[in-house]
Ligand binder design. Structure first.
Ligand code: AMP
Length: 437
């Protein structure tokens, strides 16, 4: 990369330089070459960097360097991340970068037992990577004081805001001692995030790498216009004959992720799904199976997909167009990570056009429209993945109206039957339960 320094010239501990080499990182990415020297000076950091930029090593390497200066046994570093997947990913990156240092890390996130996490607090692992909710659960116990905390990282802060974690973050900050150094990473800087940075960062070194909304360079982006009912068929065709060997596919809802996964399975395409209703074990296995190539497709919802880092992921498919341009950037950021190349495909039906225009405005350019040769665009739509909400409500109303109509007709029929039988035979009259003689 032009103008890049070598890892060996960043004054990092030799063991770290070695592990970076073992991981195959030849030169620091721009965020790394800018952030690491500032962080090693002890400065707070405010980095506007998108996912895929190499930001994890940008904060882990200087922290690891510092952690090597003293004996162990106290947790000195805490990384806050929005999702379990990202927390696990950061911990994985830690394992690679900290190889040979003897330093330890643990993840603290929901969906798994508290016991092993409590042990991590009690033994004082060097670095904790945590999602805010579960961390606060631990904070209500006395073993989780983190009194020796020195380094704090907030990763993907804008996503934590989107997920409603800002109050939790403030609670975490009130609980821990003021860190010696805080590093703040966010792809975008919406006003509440800027406010938070002003509150917690002291004279931070500011690093902005790219325009606010731009997917990584090297991503080719395409739009496939398709009638809504043929989305599933088009995806199947792209995977069978359209050159898509594997893909991370995004759907709008968990329900659609499930249905799409089944549809792919029925068409002989191995697929797994990852979303909020799946257990942590299922999510981890799905990701592992996709990474190892055991399944060709991983279907995900936005939230669960944060932190999914798959080396050499070539294709991202927006099966459903994301509602917000930032989500588009985040999704597309899953491919072409760290200077690799990849492509992002978005299926667009006529009703998605306004969302697409918003994305194109944010990107500052129109996305090329393409057609898949040989695909039957005029076929009769197959099974729908989901009945739209409006239609579901209308169907429920129609059913209720029909039920009411039937009940009214039945009542009228009964009344008229009673009336006509009453004209032939006098009805028995009851008085006080006794028949009058
Ligand atoms: P991140 O933005 O931290 O999620 O990193 C994105 C991907 O880039 C991960 O797969 C990293 O392992 C990889 N990576 C990080 N730094 C480098 C580097 N200097 N050279 C090559 N790959 C890197």
């Amino acid at each position: 990369m032009e103008g890049q320094v070598a890892f060996s010239s960043l004054n990092l501990h030799p063991t770290l330089v070695e592990s970076v080499g073992t991981l195959g990182f030849e030169t620091p990415t721009p965020i790394q070459s800018q952030a690491i020297p500032k962080a090693l000076e002890g400065r707070d950091l405010l980095a506007c960097a998108a996912t895929g930029s190499g930001k994890t090593a940008a904060f882990l390497l200087p922290i690891l360097h510092r952690l090597l200066d003293r004996p162990r046994g106290t947790t000195r570093a805490l990384v806050l991340a929005p999702t379990r997947e990202l927390a696990l990913q950061i911990c994985d990156d830690f394992a690679g970068l900290a190889r040979g240092t003897g330093l330890s890390a643990a993840t603290i996130h929901g969906g798994v037992a508290m016991g092993p996490q409590e042990k991590a607090f009690r033994t004082g692992v060097d670095l904790l990577v945590a999602t805010p909710g579960r961390l606060l659960d631990h904070f209500s116990r006395d073993y989780a004081r983190l009194a020796g905390l020195e380094y704090l990282v907030l990763d993907e802060a804008d996503r934590m805001l989107d997920m409603g974690f800002l109050p939790d973050i403030r609670r975490v900050l009130r609980h821990v001692p003021t860190p010696k150094q805080t590093m703040f990473f966010s792809a975008t800087m919406p006003p509440p995030i800027e406010k938070l940075t002003r509150e917690i960062l002291r004279n931070p070194a500011k690093i902005t790498l790219q325009r606010k909304a731009a997917p990584a360079q090297g991503v080719a982006q395409w739009v496939y216009p398709v009638p809504s009912g043929l989305r599933g068929a088009l995806l199947v065709e792209l995977l069978k004959n359209g050159g898509l060997d594997d893909a991370l596919v995004f759907t709008r809802t968990k329900h659609r992720a499930n249905r799409l996964c089944k549809l792919l399975g029925r068409n002989g395409i191995s697929a797994e799904r990852i979303h909020g209703n799946r257990s942590q074990a299922q999510r981890t296995k799905a990701l592992a199976d996709f990474k190892s190539g055991k399944v060709r497709v991983l279907v995900a919802t936005d939230i669960a997909a944060r932190g999914i880092d798959v080396n050499e992921l070539g294709h991202v498919v927006n099966f459903d167009i994301p509602g917000a341009p930032e989500d588009y950037i985040h999704r597309v950021g899953r491919t072409a990570r760290a200077d690799a190349t990849g492509d992002a495909i978005t299926l667009v039906s006529p009703e998605d056009e306004s969302d697409l225009s918003r994305i194109e405005r944010a990107l500052g350019s129109k996305l090329p429209r393409v057609r898949l040769e040989g695909f039957a665009y005029d076929a009769v739509p197959g099974e729908r993945l989901e009945v739209p909400r409006g239609e579901r409500i209308a169907a429920i109303r129609a059913k209720k109206a029909a039920d009411r109509g039937r009940a009214a007709a039945k009542a009228a029929k009964k009344a008229s039957a009673e009336e006509s039988s009453g004209s032939k035979r006098p009805r028995r009259r009851r008085f006080g339960g006794r028949r009058r003689s």
